[in-house]
Design a protein around this ligand. Structure first.
Ligand code: PLP
Length: 286
């Protein structure tokens, strides 16, 4: 395997980053995770737009233009054998001379790191045999700018760990009695036959998978609404799904140890999962 660091491809154990890097000291950076299927980057432009937005929101100059990003990511995928994998890329504000909360003046060169990971075959790839996953609800303890894809993921880690210790795959987060998102995913429910997901705002990350699911539902004429979901609506949902780039659309069959709907992956999920997989296969030539 090869990783990328500041202009060079290398073995992971050859990569060296200064302890003064602000990513290390302050989690001062942003990231993206972009899946590739059959060696083809999925929804690359959308991921890149979100990266540009995250960088702009925290005032880091984008070190590459879109064509350069595309070629770096394609090279990294090729260096790692193509096929199905995800590209992780992170940009930090770089290594300043001293530790100071305020940004270095003049700015230092941002650190760019990229690596790949294998992707597991998601549930949506086989809608008829999918098992479904368990989730628990937890209080959303994160900050007020979750729309920025920040590498500061301690709250997300603590929340996911609580879910894992409870035997669940994901924590669904509640703020002031309403669903925000999962610890590393967006949330959908089916309520009276309508597919509902919370509207984009500063409290959630605008998921690329979320947006594609909404887009596919609209294109297929399925009833979909971007609306707040209360805790009681979540508990009474006919179906619950969580979405992310690496896990695609995961049906949640138990919430806090109670069955969701029939306790099996639901019919609306199956329909949407089929549309998602067809879209992916067409786009990536699978
Ligand atoms: N929300 C959070 C907090 C995430 O970390 C993620 C992805 O890991 C998502 C939502 C889903 O976003 P995407 O579909 O772009 O992967």
């Amino acid at each position: 395997t090869q990783v990328y660091l500041n202009g060079n491809f290398m073995a992971p154990d050859q990569a060296r980053i200064s302890p003064l890097d602000r990513g290390f000291l302050f989690a001062d950076g942003v990231y993206e995770v972009i899946p590739a299927y059959n060696g083809v980057l999925f929804r690359f432009d959308e991921h890149l737009q979100r990266l540009e937005r995250s960088l702009a929101e925290i005032g880091i100059h984008n070190p590459h233009d879109p064509a350069q990003w595309r070629s770096l990511c394609d090279s990294l995928v090729a260096h790692n054998g193509g096929g199905n994998l995800s590209v992780y890329l992170q940009i930090t504000r770089g290594a300043a001379q001293k530790r100071d909360h305020a940004f270095p003046v003049p700015p230092v060169t941002p650190t760019v790191f990229m690596m790949t990971s294998p992707v597991a075959v998601p549930a949506a790839d086989s809608p008829d045999t999918a098992q479904g996953s368990l989730a628990i609800t937890l209080d959303d303890i994160r900050w007020a700018r979750c729309d920025i894809k920040s590498i500061s993921l301690l709250p997300n880690s603590l929340l996911r760990q609580q879910a894992v210790e409870a035997g669940a795959a994901e924590a669904i987060l509640l703020r002031d009695g309403f669903v925000t998102e999962g610890s590393a995913s967006n949330v959908f429910i089916v309520r009276n036959g309508t597919i509902v997901t919370p509207p984009k705002c500063h409290a959630i990350l605008g998921g690329i998978t979320r947006d594609l699911v909404v887009e596919l539902c609209v294109a297929e004429g399925l009833p979909v609404a971007e609306q707040e979901i209360s805790e009681s609506q979540l508990r009474q949902a006919e179906e619950i799904w969580v979405t992310s780039s690496t896990r695609e659309i995961v049906p949640i069959i138990q919430l806090n140890n109670s069955p969701v709907g029939s306790g099996q992956p639901g019919p609306v999920w199956k329909t949407v999962a089929r549309h998602y997989v067809n879209f992916k296969r067409r786009l990536c030539g699978l």
